[in-house]
Design a protein around this ligand. Structure first.
Ligand SMILES: [Fe+2]
Length: 244
């Protein structure tokens, strides 16, 4: 059977979105699992989401929220809203899940693919890649043809041609071209920010070198109710419906 890798990330403790994504990936025949990080933060089910990703045995890298929630660093410089959510998540996390989050690497090369949360040049500095120019430094450090990342919550494809020029392709299904490198953002499972509230992830088939972007409706109001019931900021519930 040909391998199909489900690549997902920025789950952000949104169990309702994660369940729909996992069911779809299984129905689509996913055989392997990769997580680009930010399993926790923002939404109400951090332990449940950690448990699901761990159960799958997904190759997982550390996101900025995973890091801040798992380690007891000062939150002084944080926006008050962000600090409130990190503090809440720290209180919720089981010892086991905290230890698991602490053990996650910043980047990983697996089955000929690279996986990172933010950028490859300085993975621990959590830079954002929205434009081609911001993708260039990562290509310098990318030793495989394909690298998956997340962090912006916006699905995206950056392509480097043989002579080094970097361009941005539409975030649509495509086949890798030999001699070119790709830095591909999976979009976000649990808090999309491209004005589309649907959960986003990727199915990658190494045999045919094809990438498919999947967008799925899920029960946004159920996720919103959980956020409000947990006493988390109302803004976090509202933004789920807006996809911002
Ligand atoms: Fe994130």
């Amino acid at each position: 059977m040909d391998k199909k890798i489900a690549v997902l990330g920025d789950i952000h403790a949104n169990l309702d979105a994660l369940d729909v994504v996992l069911a779809d990936a299984k129905e689509q025949g996913a055989t392997d699992w990769i997580c680009v990080g930010d399993v926790v933060g923002y939404n109400a089910c951090p332990n449940e989401c950690c448990a699901k990703i761990r159960e799958l045995g997904a190759v997982t890298v550390c996101g900025n929220h995973d890091h801040y929630c798992a380690f007891d660093e000062s939150l002084e410089d944080f926006h008050p809203l962000a600090a409130a959510v990190v503090a809440w998540t720290r209180r919720q996390l089981s010892t086991e899940n905290r230890e698991w989050l602490r053990s996650l690497p910043y980047q990983k090369v697996v089955r000929g693919l690279t996986v990172v949360h933010a950028t490859l040049d300085q993975p621990e500095h959590w830079g954002y890649v929205f434009e081609s120019v911001e993708a260039e430094p990562s290509f310098t450090y990318q030793r495989t043809q394909l690298c998956f990342h997340g962090h912006t919550h916006v699905p995206a494809v950056f392509e480097q041609h043989g002579f080094g020029a970097v361009g941005r392709l539409p975030a649509e299904d495509f086949q890798l071209v030999l001699g070119r490198k790709y830095f591909v953002n999976t979009g976000s499972v649990g808090q999309p920010r491209d004005s589309d509230s649907r959960a986003s992830y990727i199915l990658y088939e190494p045999g045919s070198r094809t990438i498919r972007f999947r967008r799925l409706d899920y029960d946004v109001s159920a996720a919103q109710q959980r956020v409000l019931a947990a006493g988390l900021p109302e803004h976090l519930a509202r933004r789920l419906a807006a996809g911002r």
